[in-house]
Design a protein around this ligand. Structure first.
Ligand code: MN
Length: 288
């Protein structure tokens, strides 16, 4: 027998702001008080139109320590370079899973061709916490291309892309430190999808755009909304009223203290102070 996860509420973005000069974001948590451990933050950038430009827009050199940054590109492209020597371009449909762990310095800029031509830009950046035991491990980097992400065609004409974790027998390419599911789901108007999610996982339904009824009771309609779901239960029912674009997250909560300061997320204040010192002393490296 299956039990529905409870819808814990429906929320608009808690803040709208720019990250650097390239990412006009709506923050879906934690600015509105929503907590979905092991996830720390979700910014939805765009969709916004950028005019052609000579200078790449985005965020210049900055550090991270203690967690992972996951960037999902929907429209437009982002170029990335980091102090661990990794670089690449995240094209539409691709996902970059960067494990900052003990610390990296990186830049995230609109890719050269996109900068020159301009166009619609739409991305998600999700921060995934690391357990204490992995916060100071070696940084890592997974460049996941669109072709590597399994697609499940749904009966009503929609589909689900399995970025991380497992759905209906398909496994996503992302390697994670704790159990995490990340599914990119498109539903057609009138389509109903009963989505299995593990008992004991925190979860959330994120609406990029559309109109969806969750468990026949709560509705997300419009753009940039989130419904967190209970740990208890092992399914959620989604019914699209119009064509709908969703991102579904679930993960086993990390039950450890969280101390955060800007781009650093550790367990204690002392570890945060150490992170600031290490960054200032160049111990997280530099871009060449
Ligand atoms: Mn960053």
């Amino acid at each position: 027998m299956t039990t529905q996860k409870k819808v814990l509420g429906t929320y608009n973005a808690g803040s709208n702001h720019w990250v650097g000069d390239g990412f006009p974001v709506r923050n879906l948590f934690p600015s509105n008080g929503v907590e979905v451990s092991p996830f720390l933050m979700l910014d939805y950038a765009g969709p916004s139109k950028f005019e052609p430009s000579k200078k790449p827009r985005g965020v210049g050199e900055h550090p991270h320590r203690g967690f992972e940054t996951v960037t999902i590109a929907y429209q437009g492209s982002v170029g990335h370079r980091d102090s661990a020597g990794n670089s690449g371009v995240i094209y539409p449909g691709d996902v970059q899973w960067m494990t900052a762990a003990s610390g990296v310095v990186h830049e995230e800029l609109h890719e050269a061709e996109f900068t020159k031509k301009g166009g619609i830009f739409e991305m998600v950046q999700l921060w995934v916490n690391l357990p204490k035991a992995q916060k100071m491990s070696k940084p890592g980097y997974q460049a996941i291309t669109k072709e590597q992400i399994p697609v499940i065609e749904l009966e009503g004409g929609g589909h689900a892309r399995v970025i991380a974790g497992e759905l209906l027998g398909k496994r996503g390419p992302a390697k994670t430190f704790t159990p995490v599911n990340l599914f990119d789901v498109i539903l057609k108007a009138g389509e109903r999808f009963e989505l299995p999610l593990p008992e004991g996982h925190n979860a959330a339904v994120v609406l990029r755009k559309g109109d969806v009824l969750i468990n026949c009771e709560e509705r997300l309609r419009g753009e940039a909304l989130i419904a967190p779901l209970s740990e208890e239960g092992d399914t959620v029912t989604l019914e699209a009223k119009t064509d709908t674009q969703l991102l579904i997250l679930s993960g086993e909560p990390i039950r450890e203290p969280v101390a955060s300061y800007g781009p650093f997320v550790m367990n204690t204040r002392e570890e945060l102070q150490q992170a600031v010192e290490d960054y200032r002393a160049g111990r997280m490296g530099h871009l060449n």
